[in-house]
Design a protein around this ligand. Structure first.
Ligand SMILES: Cc1cc2nc3c(=O)[nH]c(=O)nc-3n(C[C@H](O)[C@H](O)[C@H](O)COP(=O)(O)OP(=O)(O)OC[C@H]3O[C@@H](n4cnc5c(N)ncnc54)[C@H](O)[C@@H]3O)c2cc1C
Length: 454
């Protein structure tokens, strides 16, 4: 079976690799001059800068399995122990984030009233009736408004750069949703999960995981995928049109070559492009796909001599709740997380700006964005900062898809509209999860779907 995969981000490349592993002949067509989509690592002057994702959690196996299959097993690198501490910028200062639910109650992050409300979580009944619910409403209902604003809001920002009041809990955080549905609440659910894990692994295990990457950054994985796919991975080939041939065949029209005849097509592009390619064949797919909004994000990486920083970067970095009204969403201390990402004696900080909170900041010129970041770092790190020794600005105008209220219905409507088109499959972070693990999980599932439908 011949399959054309459209989009050479991690979703498309992983799908092609898995499809080839299942015996299909594959071609990946990528519009850009280089593969990888949001995943890109750039080494410059001794600094190693991630343009997009910074890593993946080792608590899920998808990325690790793919890395091992690609021969990268010995390159898998966990974040340094020194990056264990995480911070929140709260009440105008950096405060250490608690490492578990009980330490929330001991620390200074919540008022006594907020803590009491949080402790009442196990007694909050399950939500009655179905229907979607925003992440904020869920958190406020279960753990109280204060915890929703001070703890959940920055956590959501760290993943989606989004608006906690617009994101859908079952779509954006399906596991949290299931904790309530299956166990009646968050604390009960987490306790059950920990118990299960201990039983499965015979050792203590937390629900999260450790940030993981490769010495040369996530770009190593893209290079390995492109290397493994060889000529089948074709960059600089934007797909312009899909043509149905008979009841089962397809022709894919892309720039830079003849139309490609195939038995199946996997569309792994952002959803606006999906809508343009699929809409003419399945009218019902256009509206749901076009409605999925993406939050813009700018990554502003700055390098300093460690001695010029107002504090030691002794952790992962920090996130900022919207109530603090700052112009950075969060800052990763990249060279603490992965030593070697800055020249000796220097530190690399990766600041995320924009998001649903302040999309207009992406309109600033590079030097203005750097000025914003330096001024925000002076405030958040607690001391005047000079101009950085190194800087790099990366803009993602359509950065992270927002799984807003109604997202699962939109996905279902798009899938229903394409179902009659046998051999056409959807993938990518616009629909099936934004983490690298989610993108690869979808790719892992595709061979069975593709081979079954034909
Ligand atoms: C700033 C930032 C930080 C992030 N941090 C993390 C993180 O730490 N951990 C994590 O797990 N995830 C993170 N993510 C999310 C993760 O990076 C993405 O969800 C994932 O990389 C998306 O992969 P994808 O292949 O689905 O989509 P994309 O990477 O968007 O790939 C889609 C591809 O389709 C191509 N395309 C578009 N139109 C056409 C066409 N007509 N023909 C052919 N090709 C086309 C595009 O050029 C692109 O290469 C982050 C994202 C951003 C932006």
């Amino acid at each position: 079976m011949k399959v054309v995969v459209i989009g050479g981000g991690i979703s498309g490349l992983a799908a092609a690799y898995r499809l080839r592993g299942a015996g299909c002949e594959v071609v990946v067509l990528e519009a850009d001059a280089r593969h990888g989509g949001k995943v890109r690592t750039e080494a410059d002057g001794g600094y190693v800068v991630e343009h997009g994702p910074n890593g993946f959690l080792d608590s899920r196996t998808q990325v690790l399995d793919l890395a091992r299959d690609l021969g990268l097993g010995s390159r898998i690198t966990q974040a340094d122990e020194a990056a264990k501490k995480r911070y929140l910028f709260l009440d105008g200062t950096l405060r250490e984030a608690p490492s578990g639910p009980m330490s929330f109650l001991a620390g200074p992050l919540l008022s006594p009233k907020g803590k009491a409300r949080m402790m009442a979580e196990p007694f909050v009944p399950r939500r009655k009736g179905g229907g979607d619910e925003s992440v904020y409403d869920f958190a406020a209902r279960r753990i109280g408004r204060e915890a929703a604003e001070r703890l959940v809001d920055p956590m959501v920002t760290g993943i989606y750069a989004g608006d906690v009041k617009r994101l859908s809990l079952p779509a954006a955080f399906p596991r949290l949703h299931r904790l309530e549905v299956e166990h009646g609440g968050l604390m009960r659910g987490m306790a059950a999960m920990m118990k299960q894990r201990k039983a499965d692994m015979g050792a203590a295990a937390g629900p999260s995981g450790r940030l993981t990457s490769f010495p040369g950054g996530l770009g190593e994985m893209i290079d390995a995928l492109v290397g493994a796919l060889g000529d089948a991975a074709q960059a600089g080939r934007p797909v312009q049109r899909l043509e149905r041939v008979g009841a089962h065949g397809w022709k894919v029209h892309a720039a830079g070559g003849d139309p490609i005849a195939c038995d199946a097509v996997v569309v792994a592009t952002p959803t606006d492009v999906m809508a343009k390619l699929i809409g003419p064949l399945a009218d019902g797919a256009t509206a749901p796909l076009e409605t999925i909004r993406y939050a813009p994000a700018a990554v502003v990486a700055v390098g300093y001599r460690a001695v010029d920083l107002p504090r030691t970067l002794d952790g992962f970095g920090f996130l900022v709740p919207s109530g603090e009204r700052r112009r950075v969403l969060g800052v990763l201390w990249s060279s603490t997380l992965f030593p070697g990402r800055a020249p000796g004696g220097h530190a690399l900080l990766r600041c995320i700006v924009g998001g649903s909170r302040q999309p207009e900041l992406l309109d600033l010129a590079d030097d203005e964005l750097i000025d914003v970041v330096v001024s925000e770092l002076s405030i958040t790190l607690g001391g005047a900062m000079t101009a950085p020794a190194f800087s790099k600005v990366v803009r993602w105008p359509a950065g992270i898809p927002q799984y807003e209220l109604g997202h699962l219905d939109r996905v279902a409507a798009a899938e229903a509209a394409v179902r009659p088109l046998s051999g056409l499959h959807l993938a990518g972070n616009g629909l099936y999860g934004v983490s690298l693990a989610d993108c690869i999980a979808r790719a892992d599932a595709l061979p069975e779907m593709v081979l079954r439908t034909e």
